[in-house]
Structures are given as structure tokens and as C-alpha cells.
Write a protein that binds this ligand. Structure first.
Ligand SMILES: O=C(O)CCC(=O)C(=O)O
Ligand SMILES: [Fe+2]
Length: 219
């Protein structure tokens, strides 16, 4: 058992977590500004800059049936998966662990694990409209996107456009530093509009455990 993973949610986080739960219950999505302590936001921003500098970002794919050319026509970002090897990434994953525990307690989502990657969209890059999960076909339940761009200007493009199930635009979100977007993965088509500046983020997904292996274990 890992003491960090099982640590209790700090009391100072409860008002924000309750706001998130209320919004997910009523709207299925939420946009939160100043989501993390400024020191952690800055550390994550420096971390992605370092990863970029050392060339540790790789072209992103589009899942299991990955075709390189098709993937590049859909999304043009480069990614780096987070782990607990450095303090900033541990800080992020611990915050998401608190969110997971709280969402399970309050919304009974049965979220089992979380995966996330840094993403870099160079000028001109975007991500065409997609769902993060299709009903019954994926174990991704709740999506998160967290932005790492200081001084992002309205003219810089790169908004996250979120649509409803009838394809009506709900909102356009500027990817500004320390802003967190959370939405139900199966409910909202969304796209990243072409960025005109270098755009950095952390995209992540909470999964349920729908492995059938458990059913075949001997009693
Ligand atoms: O960066 C964003 O705003 C969204 C990214 C996204 O939709 C994804 O990685 O699936
Ligand atoms: Fe997405």
C-alpha cells in the first residue's frame, strides 16, 4: 500500500472538490481557475519546459488501431506520460488521486485508476473533434485537461471547444495557466482549435476497471 496514494484529502481542498462534484452532477463538466497551489502550477510549467528542452516529447497516436498518417491528420500534439519520478508530477498525481477518491465517494463513479500526459501543440497544431470514450467501448469515464500557458492571449487560438451530444457548442475554453477542465468522457465531443503559439497542457483520464479477468478468477 502506498501512503501517498491513500492520504486523506486536505481540508483546504474540500470547498473546491464540492464545487466540482456539484457541477459534474448538474452539468457533467466544469472549468476551474486557480485549480492548484501556484507553486505546483509553476513547477509543472517548468517541468514541461524541461521535457521539451531535453526532447522527451513524442508524437501522439489515436489509440489501438494506430495509423501514423491518420493520427497526424486528427491531432498534431506531442506527449509525455507523467509518473512519480519527480516532485511536480507526484504533486499532480496526488491532486488527481484526491479527486478520484472524492468522486468515488460523492458520485459513486467507481474510478479505478488515472493516467495523464503532458501535451505540446506547436503553432498550427490542434486536435479534431472527438470523444475521449465511446459508450461501452472504453473504460475512460472522466477526462481532465489542465493548462500550463502563462500570458495566453485571446488571439493565440488553441481554445478547447466543448459540444453537447447534439453537436451544439457549449463553451470555448482558453488554455490559461492553472485552469482545469473536467468532463464526463462519453458525453462531450470536443476539439482543440489550432494554436497560434506553443500550447502546453496535461490531459488525463480516470478509468474504471472493466477487466473481465476478475470474473474468471477461481472463487
Ligand atoms: O488540450 C485540450 O484542451 C484537450 C485535449 C484532448 O482533447 C485530448 O487529449 O483528448
Ligand atoms: Fe480529448
Amino acid at each position: 500500500m502506498n501512503a501517498v496514494i491513500n492520504s486523506a484529502v486536505p481540508a483546504r481542498c474540500l470547498p473546491l472538490l464540492n464545487t466540482i462534484m456539484d457541477a459534474l452532477r448538474s452539468d457533467g463538466y466544469v472549468v476551474i481557475d486557480n485549480a492548484l497551489p501556484a507553486a505546483l502550477a509553476n513547477a509543472l510549467q517548468q517541468r514541461v519546459a524541461e521535457i521539451k528542452r531535453i526532447g522527451d516529447l513524442k508524437q501522439a497516436g489515436i489509440g489501438r488501431r494506430d495509423d501514423h498518417t491518420i493520427a497526424r491528420s486528427i491531432r498534431q500534439d506531442s506527449i509525455h506520460w507523467l509518473d512519480r519520478s519527480v516532485a511536480s508530477e507526484t504533486g499532480w498525481l496526488t491532486a488527481m488521486e484526491h479527486l478520484r477518491g472524492y468522486a468515488n465517494r460523492e458520485l459513486l463513479l467507481g474510478l479505478f485508476e488515472y493516467e495523464s500526459h503532458f501535451a505540446h501543440y506547436p503553432p498550427g497544431a490542434g486536435y479534431k473533434k472527438h470523444y475521449d470514450a465511446f459508450k461501452g467501448q472504453s473504460n475512460r469515464v472522466l477526462s481532465t485537461v489542465y493548462y500550463l500557458n502563462e500570458n495566453w492571449q485571446p488571439g493565440d487560438g488553441g481554445e478547447l471547444a466543448i459540444y453537447d451530444a447534439e453537436d451544439q457548442l457549449i463553451t470555448r475554453v482558453q488554455p490559461v495557466l492553472n485552469r482545469l477542465v473536467i468532463f464526463l468522457s462519453e458525453e462531450f465531443p470536443h476539439e482543440v482549435l489550432p494554436a497560434k503559439n506553443h500550447r502546453y497542457s496535461i490531459a488525463g483520464w480516470f478509468r474504471v476497471n472493466n477487466s473481465r479477468d476478475i470474473l474468471s478468477l477461481p472463487a
